[in-house]
Design a protein around this ligand. Structure first.
Ligand SMILES: C[S@@+](CC[C@H](N)C(=O)[O-])C[C@H]1O[C@@H](n2cnc3c(N)ncnc32)[C@H](O)[C@@H]1O
Length: 275
């Protein structure tokens, strides 16, 4: 497949991402407040679409993590053949013991989905795609495995996400990156509309409160979502730098902080009109 404008992530970076999430498998669900908000928004839409008949057919939860939403998808249907797929073997091991009968748990890369063409009725993907080099390969793969009439529902995070933290680190430790790179909204819209003609794209800024910047950093670690890109520190960040980052982070009147997340949702029906 030729995707000229997209830089492929090195295998090492993918291993790093998978390991990071694998290590966080036990703490992930207690920290995934943001993921609940973005995933619940898609579930709500899905329930409205399928109505009283409930969900049915072949459903893929792409980047399923611990399987939280795989379980919700199982509950939303009566005749669903579910696959939970994730890059992280640790996440898949954890998800597979959650007790939903009949789910196929698969360790695989969303950029090379090991499923036949036109085999899925729904692809649900919550906050996974921002971990890929770009959306194009994943969207092409999703389109390939979707049956005519099938549906894609996905969420991601765009540029501006964690911008308060990025700015505070920029002042405290200017020579190193501490925050992942996020796709610009314009670039994302462009790619989505090129790959999924007529897709509906919704965006919203979500703001979550934390007691301190260190609480935010701890939550990111619990999620396994620490920075994995080029320019990261190879050694532990000195406490003095972390203190400086905290001093630069804007405070609320109660002493706490807010973190911004630029969320985007994509809804598309294969060979159909805008959903
Ligand atoms: C923020 S978690 C979201 C997990 C789950 N969807 C949820 O809502 O709780 C992102 C997940 O995407 C997975 N992931 C990252 N890159 C991936 C890729 N290229 N292919 C498949 N899964 C990937 C990670 O291992 C992680 O489990």
């Amino acid at each position: 497949m030729n995707v000229p404008n997209e830089v492929k992530h090195s295998p090492a970076r993918k291993i790093d991402i998978a390991r990071g999430f694998g290590k966080a498998r036990s703490s992930y669900e207690s920290a995934s407040r943001l993921q609940r908000v973005t995933g619940d928004a898609m579930l709500e839409k899905l329930k409205n679409r399928v109505g009283a008949d409930g969900l049915s057919g072949c459903v893929l939860d792409l980047g399923c993590g611990t399987g939280w939403f795989t379980r919700k998808l199982a509950e939303a249907g009566h005749d669903v053949s579910l696959t939970g797929m994730d890059l992280s073997a640790g996440m898949i091991r954890h998800a597979s013991v959650c007790g939903i009968p009949g789910v196929a748990w698969v360790v695989a890369d969303a950029e090379a989905i090991p499923l036949p063409d036109k085999s899925c009725d729904l692809i649900f993907s919550n906050l996974m795609i921002q971990w890929c080099a770009g959306p194009q390969r994943v969207l092409r793969e999703c389109r390939r495995v979707l049956r005519p009439g099938g549906r894609i529902m996905l969420s991601t995070l765009l540029e501006g996400t964690l911008n308060e933290l990025a700015k505070a680190w920029q002042k405290a430790d200017p020579d190193h990156n501490h925050i992942n790179r996020f796709e610009s909204e314009a670039g994302f819209r462009n790619t989505v509309l090129k790959e999924l003609a007529g897709a509906k794209i919704e965006t919203r800024t979500l703001r979550l409160a934390y007691t301190s910047p260190l609480a935010l950093a701890a939550e990111l670690k619990q999620l396994g979502a620490s920075y994995k890109g080029e320019g990261k520190r190879r050694t532990v960040t000195a406490p003095g730098r972390a203190r400086a980052m905290c001093q630069h982070y804007p405070r609320e009147s109660d002493g706490g902080i807010m973190a911004s997340y630029e969320a985007a949702w994509v809804y598309w029906v294969c060979d159909g009109a805008e959903d």
